[in-house]
Design a protein around this ligand. Structure first.
Ligand code: NOJ
Ligand code: CA
Length: 692
C-alpha cells in the first residue's frame, strides 16, 4: 500500500509539473495594458504573432521565419520549449535631444523555439510591449547544428486589418530621397515612383515601401512601421501585397552575393517596430525607437555641442559657385569662409560648413572610377584650412568638416584614421559625410549589410577621435544615436537641396507635414531650413522653395536636429528682421510637446530650451490655409512671458507671395490663447522668453 501511495504521489507530481509546462506564457500586455502581443504556433509549427490594442486587433495573425542558403528554411516545424516574461522600467538621459529624460517601460516575452525534426535548430523571438507600440526581434542562440547563417529572406509578416490610408515612399535600396505618396494600401505602386531622373542612384526592385511607413486605420489608430538598432544586418524594406493587405520584410540585397545577410551564431536581428497611437501627435512624442537601442557606449560626449551652422553650400546648389576649383568659381576660398565666420559670430550661430574644400571635385559625379580621388586632408590651394580654423576659433565659431566619399567606400575606409586625426588636431568635432553615386564596390547598395557596416563603423571610429557624424545619403536612422550619440543627424529624405535644382518642381508644400510623421520618427534630420530668398530668380528661374518664409522659420522648431543649418546665402539674411528668430531659437531641448497635428495637413510643436527658461513654438501647414488655436498652458504658472510671433502676412502664399511676414510682440501667460492664421504653404514661429 505504502509503495502505491508513493507512486501515486510521484505520478501526481509528474503530472502537475507537465501541466505546468504546457501553460507556458505566450501573451504579453504593455505596462498600462493597452497593447497586447499574442504569440502562437500553427498546427505545422509555424511561429505567428498578432497585436491587439484596446480590444481591437491592429495586426492580424502574421507569420515569422527565415529562408537560408544551403539549409532548410526556419519557417515551421517548431515546438515551444520555453517562454519567459519580464518587466523593465528605467529613466535615461539624452546627452542632447528633444528632451532630457526618456522613460523606458515595457513588458517582455521571450519565446524559445526548437525544430521538432531534422537538425533541431533553435530560434528565439523576443517581444517587447510598450504603451506606445511594440518591438520584436529574432535571436539565434548558440547551438550545435547552426553556426554560419546566410539569410536569403526574412519572412516577417505584417497582416493589416483593412485597406488603411498610407504615407509611403518606395522601397528603394539606395536612397530615401523620394516624395511621399498618400494612398490607400491597395494602391501602393512603388515601381511607378521610380522616375527620379535627378538622382545619381536609385534601385527599386519590388513593389515595396521603405520605413518608417505610417498608416491611419478607419477606426482612428495610427501605425508606423520601422526598425530599431540596425547593426550588422541589411536594411528592411516592406514588400506589399495589395490584394491581401499584407506586408512582408524584404531585406536589401547585394548583386555580389546570393544571400542578404551573413552572420555567425549567436546573433540577433534588429527590432521590428510598430509605433501605435490614437492621435497623430503621439507618434512624434513616442520614444520607442531610441528605447529599443542599447545605452550610450561612448560615455563622455561633452566634446560635441548642438549648434546652428551656416555653410558654403546653398551657393553651389544654386550654381552661384562650385565645389571644384577648375570651374573658375570656387566657393570654398579662405576669404569666403571668413565671411561666413563673421556672419555666424554676429548672429549666435556656432559653426560653418565648408564644402568643396579638398581636391578631387573635378572627378566627382558620373565618374565610374572614383576610388582614390578624394583624400580628405588636401585642401585646394585657395583654401587655407589652418587659417580658417584659427580665424573661427578667434570668433568662437567651429568649422564643420566635409567628407564627400562619392560612395567610394574603400578609399574612405582607408583614409578615416588620417582624416579624423586631422580633424582632432584642428579641434573640429563635426563632419558631414556624403555618399553620392552608386556604391563602390559595384553591386552593393546603400542600404545593404555591407553599407550598414560602413556607416556604423565610421561612427564608431570617428568617436575615437571625438568626431560626430552628420551623414548624407545615409542608412536610415534606427535609434542608434542612443548607443553612439556621435551619430548626431543625417539626411535620408528629400532635403531642401531638391528645391534648388530638381526638375519636378521641388518639395511640395505638404512635404514636411508628412515628413514629421514618417521620416522624423526615425531620428534627427539635417533638412537645412532657413531659406529667405524663396524664389532665388537671380540664380534659377525655374526653381523655388515651396513654402512661405514663416514656414522656413517654423522648421527650426518642427524638425529636430542637434545641428540645424541656417542654409541661405548670407547676403539674403542681412537686414531682414526675421533673422532675429534664427538668432534666438534653441537647438537643444529640455522638453518637447506636440500641440496638434494631422499627417500631411499640419503640425505644431513646442520645445523648451535646455539651460534656459525659453520656449519656442513652430507650426506648419500644407497647401491649405488654416486658422489654429494655441493654448499656452504648457508654460509655468504665474509667470509673464514676452512672445515674439513671426506669422504669415495677410496675403502670404507659398507661391504668389511667400515673403510677406508679420512680426509682433505680445505678453503671454499660461492662461493665454492665441488664434493664428497660416497661409497656404505657410506657418508661424514664436519665441517665448520669461520676463525678469
Ligand atoms: C549631396 C548632399 O545631400 C548635399 O548636401 C551635398 O552638398 C552634396 N551631396 C555634395 O556632397
Ligand atoms: Ca542628398
Amino acid at each position: 500500500m505504502k509503495i502505491f501511495k508513493i507512486a501515486f504521489v510521484l505520478i501526481g507530481i509528474i503530472l502537475f509539473s507537465c501541466s505546468k509546462e504546457t501553460v507556458l506564457e505566450t501573451k504579453i500586455l504593455s505596462p498600462d495594458s493597452s497593447v497586447e502581443i499574442v504569440f502562437n504556433l500553427t498546427g505545422d509549427g509555424q511561429p505567428t504573432y498578432k497585436i491587439i490594442v484596446n480590444n481591437e486587433e491592429v495586426i492580424k495573425t502574421s507569420s515569422l521565419g527565415f529562408d537560408l542558403k544551403n539549409q532548410s528554411s526556419l519557417n515551421n516545424n517548431f515546438k515551444l520549449i520555453n517562454s519567459n516574461v519580464s518587466s523593465f522600467s528605467e529613466v535615461w538621459e539624452m546627452p542632447w535631444g528633444e528632451q532630457i529624460e526618456v522613460e523606458n517601460n515595457y513588458n517582455e516575452l521571450k519565446i524559445e523555439l526548437q525544430e521538432i525534426t531534422d537538425l533541431k535548430r533553435k530560434l528565439n523571438i523576443v517581444f517587447k510591449a510598450y504603451d506606445d507600440g511594440v518591438g520584436f526581434r529574432y535571436e539565434f542562440p548558440k547551438q550545435e547544428n547552426l553556426s554560419e547563417v546566410y539569410i536569403t529572406n526574412e519572412n516577417t509578416q505584417f497582416n493589416l486589418t483593412d485597406n488603411h490610408k498610407v504615407w509611403w515612399i518606395p522601397g528603394d535600396w539606395d536612397i530615401y530621397e523620394h516624395l511621399y505618396s498618400t494612398t490607400l494600401f491597395s494602391k501602393i505602386d512603388a515601381k511607378e515612383k521610380a522616375n527620379h531622373n535627378d538622382l545619381a542612384q536609385t534601385s527599386i526592385p519590388e513593389n515595396a515601401v521603405n520605413t518608417p511607413v505610417t498608416m491611419k486605420t478607419s477606426s482612428g489608430f495610427y501605425l508606423s512601421f520601422h526598425e530599431a538598432s540596425l547593426v550588422d544586418y541589411a536594411g528592411m524594406t516592406l514588400k506589399v501585397d495589395t490584394t491581401n493587405l499584407s506586408m512582408v520584410s524584404n531585406l536589401v540585397g547585394s548583386d555580389n552575393n546570393d544571400y542578404k545577410v551573413k552572420r555567425t551564431v549567436p546573433f540577433h536581428t534588429p527590432w521590428r517596430t510598430i509605433q501605435i497611437s490614437e492621435n497623430a501627435s503621439d507618434l512624434i512624442e513616442s520614444n520607442l525607437i531610441v528605447n529599443l537601442n542599447e545605452p550610450n557606449k561612448l560615455e563622455d560626449v561633452s566634446w560635441f555641442k548642438p549648434t546652428k551652422y551656416t555653410g558654403i553650400w546653398w551657393e553651389m546648389h544654386l550654381g552661384k559657385s562650385s565645389w571644384d576649383k577648375a570651374s573658375g568659381k570656387h566657393g570654398a576660398t579662405t576669404e569666403n569662409a571668413k565671411a561666413f565666420i563673421d556672419f555666424s559670430a554676429k548672429n549666435n550661430i556656432g559653426a560653418v560648413l565648408v564644402e568643396g574644400w579638398n581636391t578631387g571635385w573635378e572627378h566627382w559625379i558620373g565618374f565610374e572610377d572614383r576610388e582614390g580621388v578624394f583624400d580628405f586632408v588636401t585642401p585646394y590651394s585657395d583654401y587655407d584650412l589652418g587659417e580658417v580654423v584659427r580665424y573661427g576659433k578667434e570668433k568662437d565659431v567651429e568649422i564643420v568638416m566635409h567628407h564627400e566619399t562619392s560612395a567610394a567606400t574603400e578609399t574612405y575606409e582607408k583614409q578615416q584614421d588620417t582624416a579624423y586625426a586631422l580633424m582632432q588636431s584642428l579641434g573640429i568635432h563635426t563632419v558631414k559625410t556624403g555618399y553620392v553615386g552608386k556604391i563602390l564596390p559595384k553591386g552593393e547598395y546603400h542600404h545593404g549589410q555591407y553599407m550598414v557596416n560602413q556607416y556604423n563603423n565610421a561612427t564608431i571610429k570617428a568617436a575615437k577621435y571625438q568626431v560626430a557624424i552628420n551623414a548624407h545619403e545615409p542608412i536610415k536612422a534606427t535609434g542608434l544615436r542612443r548607443t553612439y550619440p556621435n551619430t548626431i543627424s543625417r539626411e535620408g529624405l528629400r532635403g531642401q537641396e531638391f528645391n534648388a535644382w530638381s526638375s519636378d518642381g521641388g518639395n511640395p508644400p505638404e512635404h514636411l507635414s508628412i515628413v514629421a510623421f514618417t521620416r522624423m520618427l526615425a531620428g534627427p534630420i539635417d533638412y537645412t531650413p532657413g531659406i529667405f530668398d524663396i524664389k532665388f530668380d537671380k540664380y534659377k528661374k525655374n526653381n523655388q522653395v515651396n513654402t512661405t518664409i514663416a514656414q522656413q522659420l517654423a522648421l527650426y522648431v518642427v524638425i529636430y536636429s542637434p545641428v540645424q543649418m541656417v542654409a541661405d546665402l548670407i547676403e539674403n539674411y542681412e537686414g531682414n528682421p526675421a533673422l532675429q528668430f534664427i538668432k534666438d531659437v534653441g537647438v537643444d531641448w529640455q522638453k518637447t510637446k506636440v500641440l496638434n497635428g494631422e499627417i500631411g495637413d499640419y503640425v505644431i510643436i513646442a520645445r523648451k530650451e535646455r539651460n534656459s527658461e525659453n520656449w519656442f513654438v513652430g507650426g506648419i501647414t500644407d497647401e491649405n490655409k488654416r486658422e489654429m488655436d494655441i493654448s499656452f498652458d504648457f508654460l509655468d504658472a504665474k509667470q509673464v512671458y514676452q512672445a515674439v510671433i513671426y506669422e504669415d502676412g495677410k496675403n502670404a502664399h507659398w507661391d504668389k507671395n511667400p515673403t510677406e511676414l508679420n512680426i509682433r510682440k505680445v505678453e503671454i501667460t499660461n492662461q493665454s490663447n492665441l488664434k493664428l492664421k497660416l497661409a497656404p504653404g505657410g506657418g508661424f514661429a514664436i519665441s517665448i522668453i520669461k520676463s525678469k
